[in-house]
Ligand binder design. Structure first.
Ligand code: NAD
Length: 347
């Protein structure tokens, strides 16, 4: 039997998401990919991870890592996504970069240009697309007619990440929107077939996390230095006449955490979490449910799609142009909140 070429993978930034999602996924795909090298600004951490998972090379700088791999997985704080991705693409490596794609749309554009110039794959880890409910919704959305109103709620009652650098504006660029809300914006745009945004109005808040003695379910953080958003609302309109009502939070005075994405179309509507399909039929209102079981394999499916795309056996599910559109919308939400005015896009 012909032995398939294995993709040599390097991982840059070996913290929580690298060890929790990407490393186990690549290990489960050993027939197609091998983790060849790691690099982290914390050299000791990189060595520990390499020893634990039997990874042959540990580098102190990422330029040296590029020489021994075909592809890289970027799992650093957001500030470094763009510069590392561009360097990797220029060195001839395929790239999968953690979400959000970058700190802002200008950084995304540079990444996209580098990928096009190098003719290499550039994927962004918007893993919600690989969830079973999302994949089902992607098929069913063809039957809703024209989409009219999409509703997104990515809400946590008190879950400000109390670890890592999530509340550091300089390193992450934002809070609940750029960390959590971005997944649902990406998923909605994918389901809607990437409509063109025309106008965005948004408001960001952080009053709860800045007030002393807040209780928090996900560890401790310093309320005095809390500088990112913990609750965000937005209204986004598209060229095709459809709109998104959007809300995300890490901290809000609400009953409970809630993940909601629904689309109401001219013929029918659907809900993603849990999957349901709504349709007027047989003189009544029909609600169809599906036996979608909770499947935690989205990390594996994401990794497999990237690896297969690098090997020329698949098309990327999350394309960089699409991830950049998510960032353009997030930039507009932040700008609108700062100026108090709506932001026109695409003019
Ligand atoms: N897809 C998801 O749902 C999801 C979940 C969590 C985090 N993330 C994203 O993953 C990225 C990392 O998050 P995390 O939770 O793993 O954070 P983390 O702090 O646990 O890990 C980040 C690692 O990057 C290293 N690092 C920092 N600067 C570096 C640099 N310049 N070069 C090399 N290494 C560097 C740190 O030492 C650390 O080991 C962020 O972009 C975050 O938004 C995505």
């Amino acid at each position: 039997m012909k032995k398939m070429k294995k993709l040599k993978m390097g991982i840059i930034g070996v913290g929580g998401i690298a060890e929790g999602r990407h490393i186990p996924s690549y290990l489960a795909l050993q027939e197609k990919v091998e983790i060849t090298a790691v690099q982290d600004i914390r050299g000791k951490r990189a060595k520990e991870v390499a020893e634990k998972y039997d990874i042959p090379f540990v580098f102190e700088d990422y330029q040296s890592l590029f020489e021994v791999v075909d592809a890289v997985t970027i799992c650093t704080p957001n500030k470094f996504h763009s510069r590392i991705a561009v360097a990797a693409l220029e060195a001839g490596c395929h790239v999968i970069c953690e979400k959000p794609m970058a700190m802002n749309a200008s950084e995304c554009e540079v990444m996209l240009e580098a990928a096009q110039k190098a003719n290499k794959q550039l994927a962004i880890a918007y893993h919600y697309r690989f969830m079973p409910q999302s994949r089902l919704a992607k098929q069913a959305v063809q039957e809703i007619g024209e989409p009219l109103v999409t509703r997104i709620q990515a809400l946590r009652r008190r879950k400000v990440p109390g670890w890592g650098v999530f509340t550091n504006k300089e390193l992450q660029g934002g809070g609940s929107l750029i960390d959590y809300g971005c997944h649902l914006i990406d998923l909605a745009l994918w389901l809607l077939d990437s409509p063109e945004p025309v106008e965005v109005i948004g408001r960001t808040y952080n009053r709860l996390s800045r007030s002393p003695e807040q209780i928090n379910d996900w560890g401790n953080f310093d309320h005095k230095s809390f500088e990112v958003d913990d609750h965000v609302t937005a209204y986004i309109t598209f060229k095709d006449g459809s709109s998104i009502l959007f809300e995300t939070s890490w901290a809000a005075n609400i009953k409970e955490d809630h993940t909601h994405l629904s689309i109401s179309g001219t013929e029918a509507g659907l809900n993603v979490f849990p999957y349901e399909f709504y349709q007027p039929k047989h003189g009544t209102f029909m609600t169809t449910t599906a036996s979608v079981t909770e499947d935690k394999n989205f990390g594996l499916l994401q990794a497999e799609n990237f690896v297969d795309s690098c090997l020329g056996d698949a098309e990327l599910v999350v394309k960089p142009e699409e991830a950049m559109k998510v960032t353009r919308i997030m930039d507009a939400i932040y700008e609108s909140s700062e100026t108090g005015k709506s932001v026109r896009l695409g003019e």
